[in-house]
Design a protein around this ligand. Structure first.
Ligand code: HEC
Ligand code: HEC
Ligand code: HEC
Ligand code: HEC
Ligand code: HEC
Ligand code: HEC
Ligand code: HEC
Ligand code: HEC
Ligand code: HEC
Ligand code: HEC
Ligand code: HEC
Ligand code: HEC
Ligand code: HEC
Length: 436
């Protein structure tokens, strides 16, 4: 309103001059600059054909005007100086108002020069920043000013809001996620731009780097574990990589896991997965059909035995040694895995009344089967590792070539009995020496 009033004044004061100056009134005649007015938004003084407010005719020269050296000085003749905040945009410092605004009018609101705002910005800023494979939707829409002030701002990089609060104006679920989750990834609650480019990126989800490289920047320990692993887990390398299992932002599960550890593992190990040389157990079915779960699995802790980022041994991502074969010569250190939680003495002495319940009188049957110089049976000959139908995790059957030999283990108060395919029915009793 203020401006309109000003223009009105100008028009009134100049009226006499206008009437006499034919040249001035003819500026917009059909022959001359009429097409300049064929735009949607006309600048106030231009609309009322007040050309002289800015163009000063050179005395005694026909249709010659003084050169406009600094357009911004003109602007301040009518507009109050813009209130400049702490950070001032480059072109504003040099008074280049007309880098963005047409002094006459244009088809855009505020007389902006280009129909696509971003095109205008990119006439000075490098296109590459906005032109990589994945582009942030507001940038795609050319909407630079949802995030940047065009003139000046109190925030660095001319941002309309400081820090993550800018992002939360649209990503409201993140603001509530950080407020309501039990576990928060510090670098994310602190600064989204620790990991994301905000304009565009060659990587999925607009990250600054490929996911693993991104995480390794701060998690050198995990980088080392993965590099040193004797057996590799493809979950770390495929798909979303680290983000297959971890939320990079927040979670209600410790270690920022996307699900409870066991559910997480089973979410992939549900169908028949295959490694290079074997197809893997369907854990969803296994755990459903075998209700007697091994202790650590009752705790839902698969990483008690497996190195999820990569195994220290070359077998099944195990972090401690466990024989790969069905038969092997006995050595305590071959069973570091089991003996990490169970007493190694269970297979140490041939005679015992205490070290194991798998004994016939005082004859240690663990020793008998396992502790041999050749062809000692490994634990898997009798025990299931993860879950079983029978007590003591005794397996239903043992593989013999392609044949599954049933074991038919039955436990009783004083011992047990099996009727395996490999030898005649055998029974053991702890209280009475059992002779056969
Ligand atoms: C608010 C100030 C202002 C008013 C009012 C104004 N001009 Fe201009 N005009 C300029 C400036 C500044 C330039 C220099 C162009 C630039 O820097 O982008 C210019 C440039 C021009 C040019 C050179 C070609 C071009 O478009 O750059 C013509 C022709 C022109 N004006 C005609 C007119 C006419 C006719 C009127 C009145 C109907 C008028 N102007 C009113 C500020 C003004
Ligand atoms: C002769 C006085 C005058 C001069 C000189 C002048 N303006 Fe204006 N300007 C106006 C008037 C009057 C309006 C209309 C105000 C309204 O509609 O509220 C206006 C409107 C604008 C608008 C649109 C504002 C809105 O809210 O829609 C912009 C942008 C603008 N001027 C920029 C400039 C720039 C840049 C310059 C210098 C090149 C300039 N003006 C020079 C008088 C002037
Ligand atoms: C880098 C581009 C750019 C430059 C340079 C620029 N402006 Fe603007 N200006 C804009 C944009 C974009 C808008 C639209 C308003 C918005 O999105 O916040 C705008 C809006 C305006 C408005 C109307 C709304 C408001 O904020 O009052 C005026 C008046 C204005 N500019 C005057 C100026 C003047 C005077 C200069 C020079 C001192 C200038 N502008 C320099 C981009 C620019
Ligand atoms: C006329 C050229 C020009 C145009 C048009 C232009 N800029 Fe700039 N911009 C500059 C210059 C010059 C700088 C200062 C560069 C520096 O300090 O290194 C700058 C700096 C910036 C900065 C960084 C500010 C800081 O504090 O580091 C941002 C953000 C920015 N511009 C956004 C925009 C946006 C958004 C647009 C479009 C609305 C735009 N620019 C249009 C010339 C321009
Ligand atoms: C979603 C918000 C958002 C949008 C939309 C956006 N920017 Fe930015 N821009 C930012 C943030 C945040 C930064 C600061 C990045 C940082 O500190 O790492 C930035 C930085 C910049 C810089 C300074 C770069 C530097 O290295 O100093 C320029 C220039 C810039 N933006 C221009 C633009 C232009 C042009 C557009 C439109 C094509 C645009 N931005 C759209 C959020 C945005
Ligand atoms: C003006 C609204 C707006 C603002 C502000 C905004 N975003 Fe976005 N962003 C979107 C939209 C819309 C999408 C696409 C829908 C989605 O993935 O949620 C998106 C998607 C994303 C994506 C996923 C891109 C992909 O390829 O999957 C990331 C990462 C992102 N934004 C980060 C940020 C960051 C960081 C900020 C703050 C600097 C920010 N956003 C500010 C609107 C916005
Ligand atoms: C530690 C690095 C890191 C930080 C910091 C970070 N992100 Fe992400 N963000 C990622 C990764 C990695 C992905 C890809 C996740 C995936 O594919 O599941 C992602 C994906 C996204 C997505 C798209 C997928 C989704 O979950 O919706 C959005 C949107 C997003 N981030 C926004 C943000 C915002 C907003 C912030 C700041 C509050 C932020 N990010 C901070 C690493 C980060
Ligand atoms: C900018 C550095 C930085 C980046 C990048 C980063 N992190 Fe973190 N991360 C941290 C910090 C700091 C902590 C918090 C450590 C603490 O609280 O003691 C953390 C904690 C974690 C934790 C929780 C550890 C615990 O003991 O609870 C996990 C899991 C994690 N980050 C995974 C990731 C993943 C996955 C990525 C890649 C998408 C990633 N981080 C990228 C710095 C980073
Ligand atoms: C297959 C799922 C899975 C993948 C893929 C995965 N992690 Fe983990 N991560 C886990 C589990 C489960 C834990 C908690 C138990 C443990 O430390 O073994 C964990 C723990 C962590 C911790 C905390 C370590 C500590 O000592 O407390 C960090 C940091 C971490 N992971 C980062 C990463 C990074 C970086 C990647 C990608 C290179 C990655 N993770 C890939 C499942 C995964
Ligand atoms: C994103 C899917 C995914 C998740 C989640 C996942 N895995 Fe895997 N895992 C695989 C694939 C695919 C293979 C087969 C290819 C290979 O050897 O890496 C595999 C193989 C394995 C192997 C056998 C490795 C071998 O050499 O025989 C073990 C053991 C294993 N995973 C344990 C786990 C545990 C424990 C978890 C939970 C912490 C888990 N996995 C979570 C995809 C996943
Ligand atoms: C007590 C230690 C231990 C725990 C806890 C454990 N595993 Fe295992 N896992 C092993 C051993 C030992 C093997 C090798 C079994 C064999 O070859 O006889 C193995 C093999 C595997 C295999 C590949 C072999 C196959 O049969 O397909 C996968 C996949 C696997 N485990 C996943 C898991 C998952 C998922 C969990 C959590 C639900 C888990 N493990 C918990 C010790 C364990
Ligand atoms: C991370 C620790 C851990 C590891 C490693 C481990 N176990 Fe266990 N195991 C347990 C726990 C805990 C129980 C439950 C004990 C209970 O219920 O009193 C258990 C129970 C058993 C039982 C049944 C015992 C009973 O009294 O019901 C057998 C058999 C068994 N484990 C065999 C093995 C074998 C074979 C290995 C090596 C492949 C192994 N375990 C590795 C922790 C472990
Ligand atoms: C020939 C079959 C067989 C082999 C091989 C075998 N076990 Fe057992 N194990 C049993 C039987 C049967 C029981 C149940 C004893 C009872 O409670 O009556 C048992 C019980 C156990 C128990 C429960 C505690 C105890 O000693 O009574 C643990 C722990 C155990 N075995 C671990 C192992 C480990 C570790 C290995 C490999 C080093 C292994 N077993 C090899 C048959 C076997």
């Amino acid at each position: 309103m203020k401006y309109r009033f000003l223009v009105l004044l100008l028009v009134v004061f100049n009226h006499g001059y206008f009437a006499q100056d034919k040249e001035q009134t003819s500026c917009m005649s059909a022959k001359c600059h009429a097409s300049m007015a064929d735009v949607k938004y006309l600048h106030g003084p231009f609309a009322v054909k007040e050309c002289n407010a800015c163009h000063v005719p050179i005395k005694d020269q026909k249709h010659k005007f003084e050169e406009i050296k600094k357009p911004s000085d003109l602007c301040m003749n009518c507009h109050e100086p813009l209130q400049m905040k702490k950070v001032v945009h480059g072109p504003l410092k040099t008074g280049s108002c007309t880098a963005c605004h047409s002094p006459h009018g244009s088809n855009q609101q505020f007389m902006l020069k280009k129909s696509q705002l971003s095109e205008m910005c990119m006439s000075c800023h490098k296109k590459e920043m906005f032109d990589r494979k994945n582009v942030h939707p507001p940038v795609m829409d050319g909407d630079c000013t949802v995030c940047h002030e065009p003139h000046s701002s109190d925030n660095e990089k001319l941002l309309v809001k400081a820090g993550n609060s800018l992002c939360y104006t649209c990503h409201t679920d993140f603001e509530s996620g950080f407020a309501n989750s039990k576990f928060i990834h510090k670098p994310a609650s602190e600064k989204c731009t620790n990991c994301h480019d905000v304009h565009s990126s060659d990587f999925e989800s607009m990250t600054l780097k490929e996911t693993k490289e991104l995480c390794y920047k701060c998690h050198a320990q995990i980088k080392q574990t993965v590099a040193d692993a004797a057996s590799k887990h493809s979950a770390v390398d495929e798909g979303k990589k680290c983000a297959n299992c971890h939320s990079p932002h927040f979670s209600d599960v410790p270690k920022l896991l996307k699900k409870e550890p066991l559910d997480l593992c089973v979410s992939c190990h549900n169908d028949q997965l295959t490694t290079r040389n074997a197809s893997l157990t369907n854990f969803s079915l296994l755990l459903q059909n075998n209700k007697d779960w091994h202790g650590p699995i009752q705790e839902k802790d698969c990483s008690g035995c497996h190195g999820v980022h990569g195994g220290k041994t070359d077998f099944r991502l195990l972090n401690k040694s466990y024989p790969n074969e069905f038969y092997t010569s006995y050595a305590k250190q071959k069973y570091e895995l089991c003996f990490g939680c169970h007493q190694p003495t269970l297979a140490q002495d041939s005679i015992t009344a205490t070290l194991t319940n798998f004994r016939d009188g005082d004859k240690n049957l663990h020793f008998l089967h396992v502790n041999k110089r050749v062809k000692g049976r490994t634990c898997r000959a009798c025990h299931e590792t993860h879950a079983s139908k029978r007590e003591k995790h005794i397996r239903e059957a043992v593989p013999f070539g392609k044949w599954q030999l049933p074991v038919n283990f039955e436990k009783n108060k004083d011992g047990g009995k099996c009727t395996p395919g490999c030898h005649a029915p055998k029974e053991y009793k702890r209280t009475l020496p059992h002779l056969d």
